[in-house]
Ligand binder design. Structure first.
Ligand code: GN1
Ligand code: MG
Length: 363
């Protein structure tokens, strides 16, 4: 069965009626596969839906993952009844997923919107900061114990280093000899990069319900005025640190080049974008954060950047089993880009800390 037929079949399992018009692939996201499917409905109007094929190599317990998403979206919907939200479609037996052999499917409403993956302006980024800050606030009274850990130790930087080390030792593709310089640099910054994890383990930072994948392209924006509509991609909503959300967002948005730019020597942190995100995020969260949380927000940025570099590099060494790649060296290019960005962040750490303090004063 080809993809088109498969998507129609899945749509029918989610009780969508009408004439199937076609689909297109949404080219955003490095883990799951996403498609917009279009139907001509009985009322004569065309209507789109979103279908995702969840990557079960990355998410080993997808049913639990869907349980998290169900609870979290329901919690948010109760707080903001009228607001545009993600809504998961049900099968005839009231499930919000379809398992079909190796494949795990889900379907949501299609929200007309745009996403930003690069070339961002301060207004967009400030709005994204507010959206992620508000998301965290909406879940501040959510009972953490109700959440499954969808990917255990997702932002445990020490474990990420251990996984890189294991990949180096396995070296199934013989790629290690080619990446010794990158390995050496990552090992050199290991202790600094693991400080946040160590503080977490020592109980110095509170656990919150966090999004954990705060790429700005996980926010849907209104094309007319760049206001944020909704935060999506809730697969990794889990207990975490505020710095995981802050640092990951900066890592993505404040990079002067896209995450997988081949011109990685041009990568670096844009401090204006950094300030814009911090303003938006802290505007929503500042008065709920502890002093230690605030003092480690800047540190969270190189931390999350180095952590992702270890993940991209481990995946490259293992032959790319985890991240979707568009060409054979893709994960290596991503690694180079994150390393260059992390270097710039370590150099600018003092300035980033000052900007955070400024934003706190103005929040
Ligand atoms: C993945 O699925 P996507 O593209 O939003 C990954 C993130 C990485 C990101 C890097 C579940 O996010 O952790 O930071 O790629 N998500 C998962 O682009 O591993
Ligand atoms: Mg994601």
């Amino acid at each position: 069965m080809d993809l088109k037929q498969k998507l129609e079949q899945v749509s029918r399992l989610f009780c969508i009626e009408g004439t199937f018009l076609g689909y297109n692939t949404i080219q955003v996201g490095n883990v799951n596969k996403t498609y917009e499917v279009r139907f001509l409905m009985d009322n004569g109007h065309a209507k789109s839906f979103l279908i995702q094929n969840v990557n079960t190599y990355a998410f080993r317990h997808p049913v639990e993952l869907m349980d998290n998403i169900d609870k979290v979206t329901e919690h948010i919907r109760r707080k903001k009844p009228g607001q545009i939200a993600l809504h998961f479609h049900h099968t005839a037996d009231r499930k919000i997923y379809v398992v079909d052999g190796e494949n795990f499917w889900r379907m949501t409403n299609f929200i007309p919107s745009i996403t930003h993956s690069s070339v961002m302006n301060c207004n967009v980024v400030r709005n994204a900061g507010e959206a992620f800050g508000e998301f965290q606030m909406q879940l501040s009274d959510f009972d953490i114990s109700k959440l499954h850990e969808t990917i255990p130790d997702f932002h445990n930087t020490r474990k990420r280093y251990a996984q890189l080390q294991a990949a180096i030792e396995a070296d199934p593709m013989g790629r290690v000899k080619q990446v010794q310089k990158e390995i050496d640099w990552l090992m050199q910054v290991q202790e600094d990069a693991c400080r946040l994890t160590d503080m977490q383990q020592a109980g110095e930072l509170p656990m919150r319900v966090t999004h954990n994948d705060t790429k700005i392209n996980n926010v849907l924006f209104n094309p007319d005025d760049d206001s944020a509509i909704v935060v999506v991609d809730l697969d990794t909503v889990m207990p975490g640190l505020v710095g995981h959300d802050f640092g990951d967002a900066i890592r993505f948005a404040a990079n002067t080049v896209p995450e997988d730019s081949e011109e990685y020597e041009k990568a670096g942190v844009d401090l204006n974008i950094f300030r814009a995100f911090a303003e938006g995020f802290l505007h929503k969260t500042a008065n709920t954060l502890t002093k230690t949380e605030i003092d480690t927000l800047a540190l969270s940025c190189p931390t999350l950047t180095v952590e992702l570099a270890t993940r991209f590099l481990a995946d490259y060494i293992l032959g790319d089993p985890y991240f979707n790649i568009k060409y054979p060296e893709h994960n290596l290019v991503r690694t180079h880009c994150q390393i260059a960005l992390a270097k710039s962040m370590w150099e600018n750490l003092g300035e980033m800390e000052r900007i955070v303090q400024d934003c706190i004063a103005g929040a």
